[in-house]
Design a protein around this ligand. Structure first.
Ligand SMILES: Nc1ncnc2c1ncn2[C@@H]1O[C@H](COP(=O)(O)OP(=O)(O)OP(=O)(O)O)[C@@H](O)[C@H]1O
Ligand SMILES: [Mg+2]
Length: 244
């Protein structure tokens, strides 16, 4: 078997004295798409951040291509350089710059001057709305449009592994469909995915495998075809426990 792009081994992480992950192990192989599902507060965002170097685990290791990244403190840029990119939560746009200036800033860094025009074209293809509003100041875009802008910046760079935390949060259903269509295209082009998503149906449709996180522990992993039944029984168990 080839070395996975990403491997978490017995990762523990938390915030000060609070522990959020209790020894989590998870792999994402080349071109594979994995959905991470679980209740609010289960630790999904913490896992996504540890998997992309934004948070230092208190124990365990994070391996990219079989090698430990960031011995002596992980830095997100080492992950980015290895092609592991965390799609920013919320609206990470520069409010006083136009749509095109925001995109150009990222693409110039990623592709250099010669690749800029092509990258802009791809972004506008992915999100035609951004093309229509290219001269608008980003701070005045609607919430959904700002999400598209921050997403466009990441997706055009075609990372080897995209770690996406709640991409669809706050987007209208039609835009959510569009985002998942885009993820599916990116996947088709060879990018591996680790998807954290409240829209579980969409995520399971897109992914090969699913992992269920409960109270900081992975309690189930398997093919997405089996995940629906598992989740249904888990949710039922949770609901009945809470009723007691
Ligand atoms: N900065 C922080 N300081 C203290 N505790 C935190 C911090 N961030 C998260 N937590 C706690 O860690 C636990 C896991 O949070 P996390 O954000 O990983 O959950 P999640 O599965 O992403 O939840 P959601 O579905 O609501 O986004 C929660 O109990 C949360 O309150
Ligand atoms: Mg979260």
């Amino acid at each position: 078997m080839s070395t996975p792009i990403l491997e978490l081994r017995d990762v523990e992480a938390g915030y000060g004295p609070f522990r959020a992950l209790f020894g989590v192990s998870l792999e994402v192989g080349h071109g594979e798409a994995v959905a991470l599902v679980g209740a609010n507060g289960a630790g999904k965002t913490t896992l996504a951040r540890a998997a992309s170097g934004l948070l230092t685990p208190t124990a365990g290791t994070v391996l990219v291509d079989g090698a430990e990244v960031g011995r002596g403190g992980p830095s997100a840029w080492r992950f980015v350089r290895a092609g592991v990119v965390h799609a920013p939560e919320g609206r990470s746009v520069l409010a006083s710059l136009t749509v095109e200036e925001n995109l150009a800033l990222s693409f110039h860094r990623a592709f250099g001057r010669s690749g800029l025009a092509g990258a802009l074209e791809r972004a506008y293809e992915l999100f035609p709305r951004l093309g229509e509003r290219r001269t608008q100041v980003a701070g005045t875009l609607s919430g959904g449009e700002q999400r598209m802008l921050s997403l466009g910046r990441v997706l055009v760079e075609s990372p080897r592994l995209l770690i996406a935390d709640e991409l669809s949060l706050g987007l209208a259903p039609m835009v959510v469909d569009q985002v998942f269509e885009t993820l599916s295209q990116i996947r088709g082009a060879g990018t591996a995915l680790l998807i954290v998503e409240q829209q579980v149906g969409h995520a399971l449709e897109l992914c090969d495998r699913a992992a269920v996180l409960e109270h900081g522990l992975i309690t189930w992993q398997g093919p997405t075809s089996e995940a629906g039944a598992v989740l249904e029984s888990r949710l039922f168990e949770t609901a009945t426990t809470e009723l007691k």
